[in-house]
Structure formats: structure tokens, C-alpha cells
Design a protein around this ligand. Structure first.
Ligand code: HAH
Length: 334
């Protein structure tokens, strides 16, 4: 260490007594961010490589090579691993819903395909992946309808969700099974998610947790909305995890593309937000079992392209060179 260097504490060690600290990774970042990941995080999630289209691109042809590398990385480094995700409307290939003539298949055929996929995947990673996002984003963002219109819903009906949990539980009875969604702190959507999960709990469906994706920004959601969401979901008696945390420096309708680095106002506001978030998360550490960021450091984030193409974002605690930002110091000094 050079004389003026300050030792950077390990985020996951500081939070050891509170909850697990995770990061989403890809095959590039497990190399380029390796030191940071191993030091500061004690869990990983594959950002993309365990989604349906990547694990089973065509019927019965499973492609486990990439997924296996994350499992090996986690094991070598003594990290936990979350699985993301089994049943989702996105990144699921068309063949799943069609026969060889391209026509829509019937309920029983789709249930069988769902079961085969879930069973094969969960059995392979049994004992390695402790927790799965079984169903992702099944609830509508707006309007009175609870269930998002998807092929799963259209072909199977509303019980596709409970079937997914039942198949997952049968395949790996030790895995913790989560329902995961975004805009989870929006009061209107929160109530729909709550009702959906409550109906599962009331029916005795094997579900153990609610995943709050937590794609937040400098303004939204408000800390009061987040608190209300945590309290509401916690009242179901399930555990909670933040599964995809990032704090965009742009509001949702901010489309500016001129910045090559975050402004000092943005970084200051971001540090205030992280400070408030982690204060709240520590307050609820009895029900919150993990906080996973959807990346690790600002050199790579899915938000570099979404929702504005080609625009860079800086949503994490560590900067482009993996150095701690003010946000980091706020999160660890309490
Ligand atoms: C998440 N969706 C997904 O769960 C994750 O798998 C993906 O890598 C990134 C974000 C959030 C989302 C969306 O799918 C559509 C609109 C807004 C947000």
C-alpha cells in the first residue's frame, strides 16, 4: 500500500451481520472485476446466462457451459449464488410456446415443458444455487389487471405461477423460491404484487420470498414508498431480498446523452440516496436476507444502454476503476 492509500473495507464483511451482499455478473466481469467481486461481495447472480433462452435455446438441448462457470467461480471463492430466472415473458425462446408447425401448443404441453426446464436446471445446481427467482415480472405496471399478458398466462392460465413454484420445490426442496418484480415500490403495483403473493401463500404454494428488483434513481421511488413496500411485503411472513439494486443518475424521462461522466451534483445526491437506502435496509435486516446489486462497479452496467441507447450510467458504489465512491463510504459508515 502506498503511504497515502486508505484501506478500503470489505462491504460484505461490514454487512455480514445484516445480510448477504451480491452482484450480478457476466463472463467478462468475473475476469475484469474479479478482485472487487471477491473482496466486496459474497454472492453472485448470472445477469443473463441462466435465463431460459440461454439455458435451453432449443427443445431438450441444454447449454450449461456458461452457467457452470459461474457456479465454479462462486464455489472457488466461497460465495453464494442466486438463480435468475426460470419463468419470464422475456428472453424465453419462441419454441417453448409452439409446436413444430409454429402453432400455439396446449396447456398440458406447456406445463410439461415448464416442468422439464425447471426440473433439469434446479437438479443440476442443487446445493450450489441456494435461491431462485422462480417467476419474474408477472404483474402489470398499470391498470386494474394483476397478471401481465404473456404466453405463459394465455396458454396455461393464472395458475402457471403456482405450478412453477411447485415444480421448483419438487426439484430442489432446499432451494429458497422467490417471486421477483420491478417497480415494486410503486404503491399501485405494490398492491398487485402483494395480492398475487398473498394468494400464493394462502394456497400453501411453496414460496419463500419476495424479490424487490430495486432499479431506483436519484428521485424515485421515495424513501417513504420503499419503506411502505418493505413493510407490506414483510407482512406476508416471507423473507425479502433486493435482487437487482442500482441507482441510475438519470430520472426515467431524462433522455440527455451529453455526459461523459456524472456531475458532482449527481454523485452527491446518489450518496445521500444510498445512505438513506442502507439505513432503511439495516432497520429491516430481520426480514431482508440479501441485497444484490445488478452489477458491481460503474465500468459495466446494463443501464449503459437502457432505456436510452448508447448513454452511459454510473449506478453503483464503485467507480469505473473500482474505487469506492462517496456512496460507498456512506453505506459503510454507520
Ligand atoms: C430486469 N428487468 C430483469 O429482471 C433482468 O433480468 C435484466 O437483466 C434487467 C432488468 C427490469 C425491467 C424490465 O424488464 C423492463 C422494463 C423496465 C425494467
Amino acid at each position: 500500500m502506498t503511504s497515502n492509500a486508505v484501506e478500503v473495507p470489505s462491504l460484505q464483511k461490514i454487512y455480514e451481520e445484516y445480510f448477504t451482499i451480491g452482484a450480478a455478473v457476466n463472463l467478462r466481469t468475473i475476469e475484469t472485476q474479479q478482485n472487487l467481486l471477491v473482496k466486496s461481495f459474497n454472492s453472485i447472480t448470472a445477469e443473463n446466462d441462466m435465463k431460459f433462452e440461454l439455458l435451453q435455446p432449443s427443445e431438450g438441448q441444454f447449454a450449461f457451459e456458461k452457467a457452470d462457470r459461474y457456479a465454479a467461480f462462486a464455489k472457488e471463492n466461497g460465495m453464494k449464488m442466486r438463480g435468475h430466472t426460470l419463468v419470464w415473458h422475456n428472453q424465453t425462446p419462441d419454441w417453448v410456446f409452439q409446436n413444430s408447425a409454429g402453432e400455439q401448443i396446449d396447456r398440458d404441453t406447456l406445463l410439461q415443458r415448464m416442468k422439464d426446464h425447471i426440473t433439469t436446471v434446479l437438479q443440476r445446481y442443487k446445493g450450489q444455487i441456494y435461491c431462485w427467482d422462480v417467476v419474474n415480472e408477472a404483474v402489470t405496471d398499470e391498470g386494474p389487471e394483476v397478471y401481465r399478458k404473456t404466453n405463459w398466462l394465455e396458454i396455461i392460465g393464472e395458475d402457471y405461477i403456482e405450478k412453477a413454484f411447485e415444480y421448483a420445490h419438487a426439484a430442489d426442496p432446499d432451494a429458497l423460491l422467490f417471486y421477483n418484480d420491478y417497480n415494486e415500490s410503486n404503491p399501485e403495483k405494490r398492491e398487485k404484487i402483494y395480492q398475487l403473493v398473498k394468494s400464493l401463500v394462502d394456497k400453501g404454494v411453496p414460496i419463500h420470498g419476495v424479490g424487490l428488483q430495486a432499479h431506483w434513481n436519484l428521485v424515485n421511488p421515495s424513501i417513504d414508498e420503499i419503506r411502505a413496500a418493505i413493510e407490506r411485503y414483510a407482512s406476508l411472513g416471507l423473507q425479502l431480498q433486493l435482487t437487482e439494486l442500482d441507482v441510475s443518475v438519470f430520472s426515467f424521462d431524462d433522455k440527455r446523452t451529453d455526459l461523459t461522466e456524472p456531475t458532482s451534483e449527481m454523485l452527491e445526491k446518489q450518496a445521500e440516496r444510498y445512505d438513506e437506502f442502507f439505513g432503511l435496509l439495516r432497520e429491516f435486516s430481520e426480514v431482508i436476507t440479501a441485497v444484490t446489486f445488478w452489477g458491481a462497479a460503474d465500468d459495466y452496467t446494463w443501464l449503459d444502454d437502457f432505456p436510452v441507447r448508447g448513454r452511459k450510467n454510473w449506478p453503483f458504489l464503485f467507480d469505473n476503476s473500482h474505487k469506492p465512491k462517496d456512496s460507498f463510504w456512506k453505506v459503510i459508515r454507520f
